[in-house]
Design a protein around this ligand. Structure first.
Ligand code: IFM
Length: 452
């Protein structure tokens, strides 16, 4: 039987959100334009035609939302800071009203006994920087350092836990590779330049903000990548996808080198060779690594040339590698569910960086929840998903792996990027017409687990 008591007393239990997904108020108090404003307002980009203009109106309702998460027994809130609220043009003057907002948010957390965890970049690049080349150019990494520095200087008395980037794989290879996320560019293997500039931005920011009173990390989305069979071709397919998804980020951050095979597969080795001097900065020691875990992957060798070369791909150089359905149950995102994959990921990281503290900074599932009936939202599948993953977390802690905390994705249904409002991940149901919040059954289960 799963019990909170089987976790160490100082294990962190929290929930996570991201600015553009929940805040709304996109023109309030001097906020500048981000690539997500532009992308979401471009016809055809978002499945249901929605935008984050209002989202969950968290910008105005944040105090109620923090009270609610505290009531659920959660004692940590991971939110992201919107760069365009702090530095509206991406570079240049700081907007004091932006800093004020996050100060009020952090102070409200502290009033409720909730520890704030801030992510500096959860994908909302200021549009003027994208107009200057976005993450494809080195200058953006330097501007990120400047923004991180003013934000940290303004808020480090109330926020002690800092994460530089959320999921640079998505920001680079989906934002600039397949183009399914903002800014929606299809740069092929050149999207790896965005990988390097994001990681450089992380290193520069860390150098600028690190202080002995704080704790500093980065958040990745690693997944176990398995070969569909033992054939050399399938094993090579797994090597390639593991390389692009996991090693392209873990190796520079934890080992101080890029994986040579990935640079060769993509033809990017000559470009990266010019920037080897950046690696010591990128691999500066972390206080913790954040892991967003959702799914395992099984892949097989190509069964022919790419069927449709115009189809978006986030696998440059490996476009025709096939993802195999192994019969696992799936969420509404069509993501296979396998909680033990979380353990595989944590073991992989501990092998690379023994003893490095890790937080599960996101874990959760989308299901097509029906609106509340008599105040109840039935979401047994989400509850099961959370129970299974928390059980694995418990096992991993018992085995002595340095897992320090678990953040549910997500507090409340929100703007799920290219899916708009058509995918609900929350443990709290949001009626987007009224902004009414209703705790789902999974949220009540979590509350019992945390407060029993
Ligand atoms: O909603 C996203 C979040 O912004 C980043 N990690 C994955 C979540 C679910 O897709």
């Amino acid at each position: 039987m799963l019990s909170r008591k089987d976790f160490p007393p100082d294990f962190t239990w929290g929930t996570a959100t991201a600015a553009y997904q929940v805040e709304g108020a996109v023109t309030a108090d001097g906020r500048g334009l981000s690539i997500w404003d532009t992308f979401a307002h471009t016809p055809g980009r978002i499945a249901d035609g929605s935008t984050g203009d209002v989202a969950d109106d968290h910008y105005r309702l944040f105090a109620d939302d923090i009270r609610l998460l505290a009531e659920l027994g959660l004692r940590a809130y991971r939110f992201s800071i919107a760069w365009p609220r702090i530095v509206p043009d991406g570079s240049g003057p700081t907007n004091p009203a932006g800093l004020d907002f996050y100060r009020r948010l952090a102070e409200t957390c502290l009033e409720y006994g909730v520890t704030p965890y801030a992510t500096l970049y959860h994908w909302d690049l200021p549009q003027p920087l994208e107009d200057g080349g976005g993450w494809m150019v080195r200058d953006t990494a330097e501007r990120f350092r400047d923004y991180a520095a003013v934000t940290h200087a303004g808020l480090s008395d109330v926020i002690k836990h800092w994460m530089t980037l959320n999921e640079p794989w998505c920001a680079a290879l989906v934002g600039y590779g397949s183009g399914e996320l903002a800014p929606g560019r299809r740069e092929g293997a050149n999207a790896l330049k965005a990988v390097h500039h994001l990681l450089l931005g992380h290193g520069l920011a860390l150098e600028a903000i690190r202080s002995p009173e704080g704790s500093y990390g980065i958040v990745l989305n690693p997944a176990p990548v398995r070969a569909a069979s033992d054939s050399p071709a399938d094993r090579d397919a797994a090597r390639r996808i593991d390389g692009l998804l996991n090693r392209l980020f873990l190796d520079p951050l934890l080992l101080g080198k890029y994986p040579a095979d990935v640079l060769d597969d993509t033809g990017m080795a000559p470009w990266f060779a010019q920037y080897e001097d950046d690696l010591p900065l990128i691999s500066a020691p972390l206080d913790f690594l954040g892991v967003n875990y959702y799914l395992p992957m099984t892949v097989a060798a190509p069964d022919g040339p790419v069927a449709d070369p115009t189809k978006p791909s986030a696998q440059p150089g490996s476009e025709n590698i096939v993802t195999v359905d192994t019969g696992l149950p799936r969420t509404q995102m069509d993501w296979p569910i396998q909680a033990t994959g979380l353990r595989d990921v944590l073991v992989m990281i501990n092998n690379l960086a023994p003893g490095l503290s890790v937080y599960v900074t996101e874990n959760g599932a989308a299901y097509p929840d029906a609106p509340p009936v008599d105040g109840i939202v039935e979401d047994d599948e989400r509850q099961r998903y959370l129970e299974q993953h928390i059980t694995v977390a418990q096992r991993v802690v018992g085995e002595g792996l340095p897992l320090k905390g678990y953040f549910v994705w997500t507090l409340m249904d929100n703007f799920e990027w290219a899916w708009g409002f058509s995918r609900r991940f929350g443990i709290v149901y949001v009626d987007h017409a009224t902004q009414q919040r209703t705790v789902k059954k999974s949220g009540r289960w979590l509350q019992r687990f945390l407060t029993a």
